[in-house]
Design a protein around this ligand. Structure first.
Ligand SMILES: [Fe+2]
Length: 497
């Protein structure tokens, strides 16, 4: 696209989107030869070989396979230059089945990997299981009945709110971790006020500091909406009237709205029973049921949930929204859209980026969408100071998807004001995951860095890779080679010291 800038308005118009060409700014396929760890200083942990009966389970193979050791490594090598301003802990959660087996990528025990950065140095790396009740009883979903409460896998994300470092799954309660060593401090039920499940994707309003969250349950109430105040008190818990138990992974907020995504991935009791009876099976407790329909629910931020209004859309699934914001009477919401998920093939597919518009001024909500002409990507991150507000910058993991393979290949940064797509796609088979944006102190939106664990199959290890957020195509400004590999996982955060 070069110098052909487009405006946000252009971007959101259907006609303009077709002109949004890929711009790698000369950095596409940028290798970072200088940053490669040619002579690893630590013995590699062999990639786990899956059991013979699990050869088709891609989530147990290669760098999806779990690691079996909890490692502490200190005074890590830094290749390049870590900005001294990066002071704190980068941590990322993921699914790491204690038994070595899981029926699905999403259903292993939570393991958090963290690197502490201080004064331009990388002081330590640790990986620790989240010590849930399920982990203590041997891992996995077990045979003790319906998971929930302290019996969740807690494997999806980590975050910080009200001074607490939280590990989150979407089935069960949050767990509090100790940021200095990633140990598990205990389950968080908000003084007994939380009774249902708690999402791994709560949203913190950058103006009020309120954390908005939800939980879907397998029994009524199937959906609940929560508000946690900046002191960490759960101040509101309301059921949302939905007819089925559906897997609701994410939601969105604006300055004045909450948007729920009720999509047809339904709880499947038969699958759940089969999975519990036969832990080596690939049965899962969800199934794709497009006949149930798909709809978006819009309600006032903070509730009441009785004020929710719904609009039907074509069946689809969205694991992750990028952001949502108000444009007058229209809610704009950018998402990573899948045609389906949890189908019988259980194969991964690639998400397209779409911007949805929901007109709220009409008696019935009106829905429309545009598809962004950018390569498939998911695991989005933004400058969290713009959560629920118009945001110019986003960073996503670019998706490589083919039958039997799902991978995130580097970083995709889109500037919606210039229209420039800036990508870092590492060579040598290296693969990343979600990128975490860390703002520069006092900087404008998007000024700062993004970081992620990147796996290198040539050395069977991972490194923490840091990119300049406004120029990811330049490649890493710093890499921290780790003594082990970090299995592909889900969501991370950076917590300032
Ligand atoms: Fe997620």
């Amino acid at each position: 696209m070069g110098g052909q800038g487009i405006t946000r308005r252009d971007l959101l118009r259907q006609g303009a989107l077709g002109t949004l060409a890929l711009s790698a700014a000369g950095g596409e396929l940028a290798a970072c030869a200088a940053g490669r760890s040619a002579a690893p200083r630590f013995p590699a942990e062999a990639t786990t070989a899956p059991p013979d009966d699990a050869r088709t389970r891609w989530w147990l193979e290669g760098n999806f396979a779990p690691v079996h050791r909890e490692v502490t490594a200190t005074n890590l090598e830094v290749i390049g230059s870590l900005p001294p301003e990066l002071e704190g802990l980068y941590a990322r959660n993921g699914s790491n089945p204690l038994s070595g087996l899981s029926p699905h990528w999403f259903l292993g025990d939570g393991m958090v990997h963290g690197v502490e950065l201080a004064g331009g140095a990388a002081t330590w790396y640790r990986n620790r299981y989240v010590e849930t009740a399920l982990w203590k009883s041997g891992g996995g979903l077990g045979s003790s009945g319906q998971p929930g409460g302290a019996s969740g896998l807690s494997n999806v994300s980590v975050g910080r709110h009200a001074g607490r470092f939280l590990s989150l799954g979407e089935v069960g309660f949050p767990f509090e971790l100790e940021p200095s060593d990633l140990s598990t401090l205990g389950v968080v039920d908000f003084d007994g006020r939380l009774t249902g499940n708690f999402t791994a994707h709560p949203k913190v309003d950058p103006t009020t500091g309120l954390m908005h969250a939800f939980g879907y349950n397998f029994e009524a109430p199937f959906l609940e909406y929560y508000v946690i105040d900046p002191s960490g008190t759960l101040v509101s818990s309301e059921p949302v009237d939905v007819p089925h138990s559906t897997m609701m992974h994410d939601f969105a907020i604006t300055e004045s709205d909450v948007i729920f995504m009720d999509f047809p991935v339904a709880f499947d009791m038969a699958g759940a029973i089969k999975m519990v009876k036969d832990p080596s099976s690939t049965a899962v407790p969800f199934e794709w049921r497009p006949e149930l329909g798909a709809r978006l629910g819009v309600m006032p931020l903070g509730g009441p949930t009785s004020a929710i209004r719904w609009v039907s859309i074509d069946p689809c699934y969205v694991y992750h929204g990028v952001n949502a914001w108000r444009d007058g009477s229209v809610i704009k919401m950018e998402v990573c859209h899948l045609d389906s998920t949890f189908t019988s093939s259980n194969e991964p597919s690639a998400a397209t980026r779409r911007v949805w518009s929901i007109e709220t001024a009409t008696p019935q909500l009106r829905f429309s969408e545009v598809v962004l002409d950018v390569p498939a990507a998911d695991l989005p991150t933004i400058d969290q100071r713009h959560r629920g507000r118009p945001s110019r910058h986003s960073w996503l993991g670019e998706v490589i998807s083919s039958p039997g393979e799902l991978a995130f290949w580097g970083c995709q940064h889109l500037d919606t004001v210039t229209g420039k797509l800036d990508r870092w796609l590492p060579d040598g088979g290296r693969r990343s995951g979600e990128w975490c944006f860390v703002p520069a102190k006092g900087g404008h939106e998007g000024e700062g860095w993004v970081m992620a664990f990147v796996f290198d199959p040539l050395v069977d290890r991972s490194a923490l890779v840091v990119l300049e957020a406004q120029d990811v195509a330049k490649g890493p400004i710093a890499q921290v080679p780790l003594p082990v590999r970090v299995p592909y996982g889900f969501h991370g955060t950076f917590m300032e010291a």
